[in-house]
Design a protein around this ligand. Structure first.
Ligand SMILES: *[C@@H]1O[C@H](CO)[C@@H](O)[C@H](O)[C@H]1NC(C)=O
Ligand SMILES: *[C@@H]1O[C@H](CO)[C@@H](O)[C@H](O)[C@H]1NC(C)=O
Ligand SMILES: [Cu+2]
Length: 342
């Protein structure tokens, strides 16, 4: 709407100064839109070296427009590469090492992060593999903290997300799938925004763990999970449930054989700990997993206790004021840039 109005002004007003100013406004709107979205193009090697964009991460469809995937049922929820030709290389990394992914524009939105891995079938070069099937396990997550008074998103504004490849991970070729689920407009179905990137790695010096639980993409999410279909503004959630399976840190996840008799509840899976010497290594590695370099602007939630009046702003990109409306008004989404108490 604002863009349409300024376009009309350009057409009807021949004054070059007005034209120039309108152009500036349009450019600012465009810049705001671009800076609001992002990709994960850079793999970070052990030691912190950031590799070139799309050198090891498969170039995603949104490499130019930076737009998210919002449909969890389509193949693009996996690696978002349907329109691209894979020309990326495969990086060699040791099991137990800490690597990461770089986000040039930062994870601007409030949301949560998951890092998954999937091993290419034996004999298949990971560069030729699409990651289909029930093959993905989670190795790291950055959730949200909610207590009914505030909800905070530790991954918001991160420029890098780093994590440790579990030492127990078997040697082999893997896809590493990074995902941020942005939740700023997630109160309606399909509103959550998935920012995705898949890197190709060859894990060396690996262990004998059996990664799991395994999920498929699409399939891992229905879009109705309490951590995906969620209004983070009002009422402020009292808890937050991270979407996806639990994090695998090593050892074996044993799925019990199907129960054939009637009436017995089927259990999903049971995690057991390895008795090998790997166990202690795994523990210490997990403890040392870190997340680094949060960037400048901290524009999360406002101080608690303040509310916005009727017609007042209560959300939108960059909004640092109240996110709760005075009773009986409800914070109503208007656009990515503006929510209002109505
Ligand atoms: C893929 O490319 C087609 C044709 O350019 C375009 O219409 C479509 O929106 C693109 N899809 C995605 C997911 O980017
Ligand atoms: C909070 O916990 C309740 C009870 O376990 C659950 O029903 C609800 O879905 C959770 N909310 C979120 C946002 O995870
Ligand atoms: Cu955005």
């Amino acid at each position: 709407m604002p863009i349409g109005e300024s376009s009309l002004k350009i057409l009807s007003d021949p004054n070059p100064i007005m034209k120039f100013l309108s152009g500036l406004v349009a450019a600012a709107v465009l810049a705001a839109k671009v800076s609001a979205h992002y990709t994960w193009p850079g793999l970070i090697l052990p030691g912190g070296v950031i590799t070139s964009d799309w050198e090891y991460v498969r170039q995603t469809n949104n490499w130019e427009d930076l737009d998210p995937v919002t449909d969890v049922t389509i193949d693009d929820i996996r690696c978002y590469t349907s329109n691209e030709t894979d020309t990326s290389s495969t990086a060699t990394v040791a099991a137990g090492s800490t690597i990461g992914l770089n986000v040039p524009i930062t994870l601007y939105h409030p949301g949560v992060v998951n890092i998954y891995m999937a091993e290419a079938p034996a004999g298949t070069d990971v560069a030729d593999w699409d990651g289909s099937g029930t093959v993905w396990f989670k190795i790291y997550e950055i959730s949200a903290d909610a207590d009914g008074e505030t909800i905070t998103f530790p991954s918001q504004n991160l420029a890098q997300v780093t994590f440790t490849i579990p030492p127990d991970t078997p040697s082999g070729q893997y896809l590493i799938r990074a995902e941020q689920i942005a939740l700023h407009v997630a109160e309606t179905y399909g509103g959550a925004q998935f920012y995705i990137g898949c890197a190709q790695v060859e894990v060396t010096g690996g262990g004998t763990g059996v990664p799991g639980p395994l999920v498929a993409f699409p399939g891992a999410y229905t879009g109705n999970e309490p951590g995906i279909l969620i209004n983070i503004y009002y009422p402020i959630p009292t808890n937050y449930t991270q979407p996806g399976p639990p994090v695998w840190t090593g050892g074996a996840v044993v799925t019990p054989p199907p129960v054939s008799s009637t009436g017995t509840t089927t259990r999903a899976s049971t995690t057991i700990t390895t008795t090998s010497t790997k166990a202690s290594t795994t523990t210490s590695t997990k403890a040392s997993t870190t997340t680094i370099s949060s960037t400048t602007t901290s524009s999360t939630t406002s101080s608690s206790g303040t509310t916005s009046p009727e017609y007042g702003q209560c959300g939108g990109l960059g909004w640092t004021g109240p996110t709760v409306c005075a009773a009986p008004f409800t914070c109503t989404y208007s656009s990515e840039y503006y929510s209002q108490c109505l």
